[in-house]
Design a protein around this ligand. Structure first.
Ligand code: NAG
Ligand code: NAG
Ligand code: NAG
Ligand code: NAG
Ligand code: NAG
Length: 247
């Protein structure tokens, strides 16, 4: 290797070292002392009060902290902001069972650490902490273009927003929509058998609803029947008279 090549190589190395240190610094700065506490991280960030309340009531916060301590894969948390929750149809959260609330939160947690660039190489559907990622269950798809990352549950599309927190174990990104999983929120496809019955009932109802009209029709019908009976008697009368006259 000649001197010039060595020199360029060392320049590259110095540059790389500089990049790593400057990139690593802001990420490490917000790490609170002691074991990672996701609630504390979200409290510090602000705008996650509803999520924090859910994390506490469902005990998913404890699960997350425990997992971070127990595994080396890390976690990625797509954290819905307060405005994401306030955009939900009112009563959405209240309509969920305790188990569904747990699943809803777990659906926002991916079982490994993903940097923004890592999203470009994941394969769909993504597995979440909520489990089964097959269609109709808890699938989550990622589409990327340049630095932008979109995520879809099949019911909700959203963009992965700014990084709230990142060390090499936990990544927290803000999302401005609550990701609604199909397993909880997809309208169940109607079973094939009851479908025609439902249509029939609807038709019946329509006829019943239209009864004032059919009553009028009946009345008209009765009227025309009476008129034609009149006409019939009249023609018999005319025929009788004609017959009498011809005699
Ligand atoms: C995590 O932080 C929250 C809020 O600061 C606190 O209430 C909770 O006790 C902490 N949990 C642990 C395990 O330290
Ligand atoms: C974290 O894990 C270590 C062992 O890996 C264990 O000794 C410690 O009690 C754990 N801490 C918590 C808060 O679970
Ligand atoms: C993400 O969604 C936004 C808004 O719907 C759209 O404009 C953008 O093209 C999408 N990007 C990707 C990579 O799908
Ligand atoms: C995810 O992508 C796969 C393959 O592209 C597709 O079949 C599936 O319907 C998508 N699911 C969702 C929830 O968008
Ligand atoms: C979400 O985006 C996909 C394309 O990535 C699109 O096919 C689908 O209709 C969108 N769904 C909603 C609910 O906006």
């Amino acid at each position: 290797m000649n001197k010039q090549a060595l020199f360029s190589l060392s320049l590259v190395l110095v540059f790389l070292f500089h990049c790593t240190t400057t990139l690593a610094q802001p990420a490490q700065a917000p790490a609170p002392p002691g074991p990672t506490n996701v609630t504390k991280i979200l409290e510090k960030a602000g705008q996650f009060t509803i999520l924090i309340r859910l994390l506490k009531s469902t005990k998913v916060a404890d699960q997350i902290n425990q997992q971070l301590n127990d595994t080396n894969n890390g976690l990625t948390f797509l954290a819905p902001s307060d405005s994401a929750f306030s955009n939900l149809k009112s009563g959405t959260l209240n309509s969920l069972t305790d188990e569904q609330k747990v699943e809803l939160i777990q659906f926002h947690i991916l079982p490994n650490f993903l940097s923004m660039t890592n999203f470009q190489t994941v394969s769909n559907p993504l597995r979440t902490q909520a489990g089964d990622s097959s269609p109709g269950e808890f699938p989550l798809n990622v589409t990327t273009s340049g630095n932008s990352v979109n995520i879809s549950s099949g019911l909700v599309n959203t963009t992965v927003g700014g990084s709230v927190y990142s060390d090499n174990q936990l990544a927290v990104y803000q999302v401005d929509s609550v990701l609604l999983p199909q397993a909880i929120f997809a309208p169940r496809p109607p079973a094939p058998a009851p479908a025609p019955a439902a249509t029939k009932a609807k038709t019946k109802k329509k006829t019943a609803a239209g009864s004032p009209d059919s009553a009028t029709a009946d009345q008209n019908g009765a009227l025309s029947l009476r008129l034609s009976r009149h006409g019939f008697l009249l023609s018999i009368g005319v025929a009788v008279i004609a017959a009498l006259l011809s005699l």
